[in-house]
Write a new protein. Structure first.
Length: 78
C-alpha cells in the first residue's frame, strides 16, 4: 500500500477524541496504538483486541509517526 493511502487512514477531527489523530475516524487513537506497540503488545493481539482494525491501520499508525519524527528539527542554541 502506498504511503499516501496509509496516511489517508489517519483522521483528525476536533469533535472526535478531542482532535487527537484517530484511525479511520474510529475512537481509536494513533497514540493508543503506539503506546500498546511500545509496551510490547503484538500486532496480532491488537487486531484481536480491536476487531474493527485492519493490519493496514497499524501500518498507517507507524507511517504517521514516522512522518512526524521526520519533520522534527532540533536547533542548537548559542
Amino acid at each position: 500500500m502506498k504511503k499516501e493511502d496509509l496516511l489517508n487512514r489517519i483522521s483528525i477531527n476536533p469533535e472526535v477524541m478531542v482532535g487527537k489523530p484517530t484511525i479511520r475516524g474510529l475512537r481509536i487513537t494513533v497514540e493508543q496504538i503506539l503506546k500498546a506497540l511500545a509496551g510490547g503488545v503484538t500486532v496480532d493481539a491488537l487486531l484481536d483486541d480491536y476487531p474493527e482494525l485492519e493490519k493496514e491501520d497499524i501500518q498507517a499508525v507507524l507511517t504517521y509517526a514516522s512522518e512526524l519524527v521526520n519533520e522534527e528539527r532540533v536547533f542548537a542554541v548559542k
